[in-house]
Design a protein around this ligand. Sequence first.
Ligand SMILES: *[C@@H]1O[C@H](CO)[C@@H](O)[C@H](O)[C@H]1NC(C)=O
Ligand SMILES: *[C@@H]1O[C@H](CO)[C@@H](O)[C@H](O)[C@H]1NC(C)=O
Ligand SMILES: *[C@@H]1O[C@H](CO)[C@@H](O)[C@H](O)[C@H]1NC(C)=O
Ligand SMILES: *[C@@H]1O[C@H](CO)[C@@H](O)[C@H](O)[C@H]1NC(C)=O
Ligand SMILES: *[C@@H]1O[C@H](CO)[C@@H](O)[C@H](O)[C@H]1NC(C)=O
Length: 432
Amino acid sequence: MKLKWESISMFQQNTFLIKLVSASLITCLAFRFLIFRFSQFSPVQVSVNGNSDPQISPPSVILSDNEDIIPGDIEVEKCDLFTGKWIKDPLGPIYTNKTCGIVVDGHQNCITNGRPDSGFLYWKWKPNDCSLPRFDPKRFLQLMRNKSWALIGDSISRNHVESLLCMLSTVEKPAEVYHDENYRSKRWHFPSYNFTISNIWSPFLVQAAIFEDSNGVSSAAVQLHLDKLDNTWTDLFPSLDYAIISSGEWFLKTAVYHENANTVGCHGCPESSNMTDLGFDYAYNTSLRYVMDFIAKSKTKGMIFFRTSIPDHFEDGEWHNGGTCKKTEPVSEEEVEMKVLNRILRDVEISQFERVVMEMGQESGNLKLLDFAGMLLTRPDGHPGAYREFRPFDKDKNAKVQNDCLHWCLPGPIDYLNDVILEIIVSDRTGK
Ligand SMILES: *[C@@H]1O[C@H](CO)[C@@H](O)[C@H](O)[C@H]1NC(C)=O
Ligand SMILES: *[C@@H]1O[C@H](CO)[C@@H](O)[C@H](O)[C@H]1NC(C)=O
Ligand SMILES: *[C@@H]1O[C@H](CO)[C@@H](O)[C@H](O)[C@H]1NC(C)=O
Ligand SMILES: *[C@@H]1O[C@H](CO)[C@@H](O)[C@H](O)[C@H]1NC(C)=O
Ligand SMILES: *[C@@H]1O[C@H](CO)[C@@H](O)[C@H](O)[C@H]1NC(C)=O
C-alpha cells in the first residue's frame, strides 16, 4: 500500500539518480531565478529522459485563484485559500488518538506510536486574504445528506479519507459497509445523514498490473496501460456527487508502458531491453490526459476535485536509503524548496488540468483544482518519521528504523485540507 522505494533495484536506482541529477541540473540552470511560489504555475518542461528541451514561455493563462478557474466567470473569489501560512492555534485538532484510534492506519497513528512532541498539532492554516473557519463536522454532514463521495488514488488518498472520517466521527461514527478483497478500497456510511464515502484504491488511475508481494517487493516491472482507465473508479464515477482524484508518486516506479495495445516504451528499463526509455513524466502526462478527458466528457452531475500530488520531506536520503524528517515545527516558504521530482509531477498535473479547463470553457465549472502542494510543503513536521511503528525506540534508543516522511500523522496538517474543501463547497453553494 505504501510507496515501496525499496523495490527499485540498485541498477535502476543508479539510472534513476543519473536522470534525477541531469533533470536537476537542467532545471537549476534554466530556472535558477524561478523559485517555487504558491499558486504560480511555472512553465518548466523537463524531460527526465535526458533529451530535455527546457522552454521558457510565458504561462498561457495566469490564474491567481485556483478554485475559481472558470474562464469568463465574472464572479471572482477574493480569497485564495491555498496561499497563506500556518499560525499558532491553541485549540489544536478536533479529534484525538482516543476518539479516532481504530480508523487510523497504525503507521499514521503517531501519538499512539509514541511520538514524543505534540507541538505540530497546534498550528492552523491561515489564508492570506481571509480567515478559514474551523472545520465544522456537523455542518459538513448536513450539507452531505443523501450524498456520495469518493477519494480516488494512492495511499495519500487513504490518509486523507481517514483524516476526514476522524473529523466526522466526532459527530457520528460511520459504519464500514464495503471493502474489496485486499482491504484497499473501502466504503463507509453515516446512517443519520445517509452520507456515503468511498476510498478507491487506484494509484495510477489507469490499468496497471503490479507484481508485488505484501511487503511491496516487486518481482517484475509494472505493466501500465496509459490509455486505459482503471474501471475500479470509472465505474463508480457517474454516481458520485463529489470526487477527489489524485495520483503521482507511483509513476516513479520501474514500468513498461503500453498504448493502443502496443508496448511503447518503459521507465527504468532493464539494461538488456531494446525498449525506449520514455521517462515517467511522459507516462504521467499521457495517463492524466486520458483521465482529464474522461472527466471532461463525462458531463457528471458531481463536483470533481483534481488534487495535485503532495511533496514529501525526506532529508539526507529517500524512503529506501535512510531519509528522515526530524523537524518539529512548520517552516517558512523561504526556507523550503520543492524537490525536483515533486515539481515535475506537479507541473504535469497543472498543465493537464489547465489544458482541459481551456478546452471545456464554461462547462468546466464542476472541475476544480486542489493544489495543497505549497501549503503542505511548509509542514515537514507533520510526518510520522520513525513513529510509523509502535514505540520504535523502546528496545533500543539508537534503533535504525524505516522513516515515513511522505504520509501524515493523524491528527496532523492533512486535516486542514478538509477545512479548505468545506469552505470551497460552502462558497459554491452560496454562490459567493
Ligand atoms: C493515545 O496516545 C497515548 C500516548 O501515546 C497512549 O497512552 C494511549 O494509549 C493512546 N490511546 C489510544 C486509544 O490509542
Ligand atoms: C434524502 O432522501 C430522502 C429519501 O429519498 C428524502 O426524503 C429527503 O428529503 C432527502 N433529503 C435531502 C436533504 O435531500
Ligand atoms: C440515501 O441517499 C441515496 C442517494 O445517495 C438515495 O438514493 C436514497 O434514497 C437515500 N436513502 C434514504 C433512506 O434517504
Ligand atoms: C526487441 O525485443 C523484442 C522482444 O524481445 C523482439 O521481438 C524484437 O525483435 C526486438 N527488436 C529489436 C529491434 O531488437
Ligand atoms: C503533455 O502533453 C501535452 C499534450 O496534452 C503536451 O502539450 C505537453 O508538452 C506534454 N508535457 C510533457 C511534460 O510531456
